[in-house]
Design a protein around this ligand. Sequence first.
Ligand SMILES: CC(C)(COP(=O)(O)OP(=O)(O)OC[C@H]1O[C@@H](n2cnc3c(N)ncnc32)[C@H](O)[C@@H]1OP(=O)(O)O)[C@@H](O)C(=O)NCCC(=O)NCCS
Length: 196
Amino acid sequence: MRGVTTSRGSAAGDDADGEARIRPVDRADLLGVFRIEKAVFTQPWPYAAFEGLLDAPGFLVAEGEPGGDGRPDAGGNAIDEAIDAGDVVGYVVGDVTPNHGQDIGHIKDLAVRPDAQGRGLGRRLLRASLSELAAAGASVVKLEVRESNHRAQDLYDDEGFRPGRRIPRYYGDGEAAFVMRLDLGEWVRERNAGES
Ligand SMILES: CC(C)(COP(=O)(O)OP(=O)(O)OC[C@H]1O[C@@H](n2cnc3c(N)ncnc32)[C@H](O)[C@@H]1OP(=O)(O)O)[C@@H](O)C(=O)NCCC(=O)NCCS
């Protein structure tokens, strides 16, 4: 079991190679998290939803990686400021629900600041959170993703999530969700095999 350590650093430590540092969320991060949430989602979670999940084992943030310039992404979204060291540039919210010996992990939210996307940070956040969920006892992980969000679906598929049922009108604007599911034990074994 790798626990919190990933091949590219520790969820609770920093990276020696100058990449954004991934660590557990702190209350002081929530404004930065909420700012990204509002920039990337048409129907953002309310601030209080993040507050209520501060203790979730897979709620992690990525900080730093100075050099972003506030440029809009292809969708025209932007945070109109350069990235300073210590700024939150991405986050992932993962939680575990006890379930009679087969605890279920849930990736509830994942986002990267628009001008920091496409550099591998979303994948690193996802992997770090999955490691935390495994360490917290989850054996499977599920998530919901918008039917139209092919970019996120590609990432989840590439990490081993498989599509399950489609839930019509899951989102407030009427869009359907796909439920995707990962065998976390298998994911950990594959990651360990890849590292040895
Ligand atoms: C989805 C998201 C978190 C991915 O983060 P990211 O840092 O941009 O992604 P990464 O650079 O780690 O790329 C991981 C994978 O995502 C997919 N991906 C990334 N950029 C892509 C693009 N422009 N087009 C298609 N797929 C893309 C690819 O599968 C990529 O793997 P690869 O680099 O090996 O090809 C980010 O795009 C985001 O915040 N989107 C808005 C919020 C959102 O949709 N969250 C998911 C909710 S379910």
